[in-house]
Write a protein that binds this ligand. Structure first.
Ligand code: MG
Length: 502
């Protein structure tokens, strides 16, 4: 029999104690999911109160003497395997936050970001940046303070990046963005000059029946997934995926999206869910069960969204089901549908961007965040600089702040340092694709059958998912494929695919 992944006796004792903290987070996730799906609107006050208390309780349990000394004891154990070492690494990571950020800071940060979230919503609705600006100024100030409290080696932005991707630095992100910036700008101008370039596809204008779209999303999941007994889909204002616990994974879709948007967001969230579903079962009640690296997580969601969801052969195999949503789809050939799903055009909204222009949206945010943290630009200058950068990089400029600087939720939540993981995760997905194709054959061929799709799922499980959060993204890539992280696979893929389409 294979040895258990977490086998050391001290680690086992530690995990037995950790299970109570795990249980709190289990119910925290469930409460968050409910808040976003079925909770009546006015339940927000009591839910926020309950969640805050739960967080405090969990911190308290974490900092209990017995638990801390058990972590210390485990650290001194000899011959721990990679999984056991990762358990300690992640517990120490949480500990660092609990110890370095004073409770008064956490309280102020939580309070400011809750208020800022409401201010941001109003500002966006009314298209009035000045309603949000004072909150954002406060957030930037607090986030800069947070960087100092957490500490960093070279750049304060390093401390912020590390919150979302352990160990990620400003230098690494900068290096990545400088690799993709020029090639993408060139590819975009190539596409715009193509006779096939168009700003909109007719299919975008069709009216769709919501119930039929929902049925289609359900069909997609039943078609690609092998066990619907541990996965469900519901409606929420923003699509997300959440791992509640072993055998309980939930994803959501927007109630009002059209067919193409629901299709791509469902594929995307499924990629996130599958990662957690396929984590090795020994890791489920531990801090390494499921992924914590946002780059690895995003590499999984983007993998399903882009390489499977946008593949012509996959689209062909679900074409029959697509026609059930809207009989008008019958008028369009698979080639038309393929072009529609893969339409490239500079646009203002990041979440609606295509595979090519998407990264430009991220580069703009990265440059702005870094300059804000360095104190090189002021919050009041953001709307203007935002417009200038869109003009410079994409040749379009938002007329309103709603379509510009106010579009993303992240800054209102105090999440500065998050955006780079989206782009880097996508670059990582291209590396996984390259290696899958080397070992199993073309994805376009694999997705023709359910067996082929299963082969992809098994590969992802073996190389990525089963390890949960044990390895950092560059370590995992090296270990599973022997390759180092770079943007090359992404750029090669985009060049080849879009020069064939346009
Ligand atoms: Mg995602």
């Amino acid at each position: 029999m294979e040895e258990k992944k977490l086998n050391n006796s001290v680690i086992k004792e530690l995990m037995e104690k950790y299970k109570t903290i795990w249980a709190l987070s289990h119910f925290g996730s469930l409460a968050h999911w409910d808040l976003n799906t079925y909770m009546p609107e006015e339940g927000i006050e009591s839910r926020a109160e309950a969640l805050a208390k739960l967080a405090v309780l969990s911190q308290k349990m974490f900092l209990e003497k017995d638990f801390l000394s058990l972590i210390k004891k485990a650290e001194n154990e000899k011959e721990l395997n990679d999984y056991e070492k990762a358990v300690i690494r992640l517990l120490n990571r949480s500990l660092k936050y609990y110890q370095k950020l004073p409770p008064e800071f956490i309280e102020e940060f939580t309070k400011v970001t809750s208020e800022a979230h409401v201010a941001w919503k109003n500002a966006k609705e009314q298209d009035n940046f000045s309603l949000f600006a004072p909150f954002l100024e406060k957030i930037v100030e607090l986030v800069r303070k947070k960087a100092e409290l957490l500490g960093y080696e070279k750049h304060p932005y390093d401390a912020l990046l590390d919150e979302y991707e352990e160990g990620l630095t400003t230098e690494e992100s900068e290096n990545f963005f400088s690799q993709i910036k020029e090639p993408l700008k060139n590819l975009i101008s190539y596409i715009k000059k193509s006779p096939k370039y168009k700003e909109e596809h007719e299919l975008e204008k069709h009216e769709y029946d919501r119930e039929k779209i929902k049925a289609f999303a359900n069909f997609i999941l039943t078609y690609i997934h092998y066990n619907m007994k541990h996965l469900r889909i519901d409606l929420s204002p923003h699509p997300f995926s959440t791992y509640i616990g072993k055998g309980d994974h939930r994803i959501t879709m927007r109630p009002k999206d059209n067919f193409a948007k629901t299709y791509s967001s469902t594929m995307h969230e499924y990629g996130h869910a599958l990662y957690d579903i396929q984590t090795h079962e020994d890791l489920h009640y531990s801090p390494i069960g499921g992924g914590t690296s946002l780059i690895i997580h995003e590499s999984q969601s983007r993998f399903w969204e882009n390489f499977i969801g946008k593949s012509k052969t996959f689209l062909a195999s679900i074409y029959g089901e697509m026609k059930k949503i809207n009989p008008e789809i019958e008028k369009y050939s698979i080639d038309d549908i393929y072009h529609y799903i893969n339409l490239v055009k500079p646009s203002l909204i990041r979440t609606e961007a295509d595979e090519v222009t998407y990264h430009i949206h991220i580069i703009i945010r990265f440059e702005l965040e870094k300059a804000l943290i360095e104190g090189k630009i002021k919050v009041s200058e953001l709307p203007r600089i935002w417009k200038d950068k869109y003009q410079e990089y994409l040749g379009i400029s938002p007329k309103t702040d709603k379509e510009g600087v106010l579009q993303d939720i992240h800054w209102s939540q105090g999440s500065i340092g998050y955006f780079p993981t989206y782009s880097m995760g996508t670059a990582l997905s291209a590396l996984w694709k390259k290696h899958i194709e080397k070992e199993l054959g073309k994805i376009d061929d694999l997705v023709k059958t359910k067996e082929g799709i299963r082969k992809i799922q098994d590969w992802l499980k073996e190389k990525i998912h089963k390890h949960g959060a044990t390895y950092l993204y560059n370590e995992l890539l090296q270990k599973s494929t022997g390759e180092s992280f770079s943007a090359k696979a992404l750029l090669d893929y985009l060049e080849e695919k879009y020069k064939a389409i346009y």
